[in-house]
Design a protein around this ligand. Structure first.
Ligand code: COA
Length: 209
């Protein structure tokens, strides 16, 4: 069993992180084949993400998942809200029967520094530039990217501009754990808190609201 991290928020909401070491056959004992995914590693990531859902809530109805026009997977009767992310050899999921959710995991790489101007606004750039050395800059930029991906998944609306519509106002915590105070500008203005932690070499961010 490769569930390397699990957290129970309350009776209705949980999150988990899976280290993918198994073969496709292992996941296929529980998860339907992803016909539309052909790349072997992407298939494994997809399968592991799905496998996590009933690992968190045993009665999760995997066979009932539908895919919206936005590509967001969902359950038609909303028995559970859920969100999935995968990166490298890890998959993460968050599931809640009561709250909307969004999750993202990212391995810090220098690529994020090259594209930072596309997803950060001026205030966020200033916030990040207050950090000390290059490693901290990389960690913070990855955190902001991961946070915005989690917000995007929670929101799941069309036409979202990452720098303008998903805003991070301030950080409360360290480089390895804490919360980000955020807002989403559209389709409905919403103030949200994103939680984050750095574990297993991954930045993990989630929204539950
Ligand atoms: C959809 C998106 C959030 C996926 O993120 P990613 O980092 O590529 O991949 P992740 O592994 O974190 O997440 C993939 C999972 O997100 C989920 N997902 C896909 N589209 C989604 C959506 N619109 N809303 C919520 N969840 C979504 C799926 O569960 C998917 O995994 P699965 O297909 O195996 O089930 C991202 O690709 C995206 O489209 N972002 C917006 C694009 C954009 O405007 N970027 C500009 C930044 S400058």
């Amino acid at each position: 069993m490769s569930l390397v991290y699990q957290h129970t928020f309350n009776k209705t909401s949980k999150t988990g992180l899976w280290h993918i070491e198994e073969s496709e056959a292992f996941f296929r004992t529980r998860v339907p084949a992803p016909e539309q995914v052909t790349h072997p590693h992407k298939r494994l990531q997809h399968l592991a993400g799905r496998y996590l859902l009933p690992a968190l809530f045993e009665d999760f109805p995997l066979n009932e998942i539908l895919i919206a026009d936005t590509r967001k997977p969902y359950l038609p009767d909303e028995q559970y809200h859920f969100s999935i992310s995968h990166c490298g050899h890890y998959a993460a999921a968050i599931v809640s029967s009561t709250h909307r959710v969004g999750i993202d995991i990212e391995i810090p790489t220098h690529k994020v520094l090259r594209i930072a101007h596309k997803f950060l606004n001026q205030r966020e750039t200033e916030l990040i530039n207050q950090t000390g050395n290059t490693e901290e800059l990389l960690q913070m930029t990855t955190l902001f990217w991961s946070c915005k991906e989690a917000l995007f998944k929670w929101n799941s609306a069309a036409g979202v501009d990452f720098s303008d519509h998903l805003r991070i106002h301030w950080v409360e915590g360290s480089l390895t754990e804490g919360i980000l105070h955020c807002s989403i500008q559209q389709p409905v203005y919403t103030e949200l808190v994103t939680h984050y932690c750095f574990r297993n070499g991954l930045m993990m961010s989630w929204v539950l609201s």
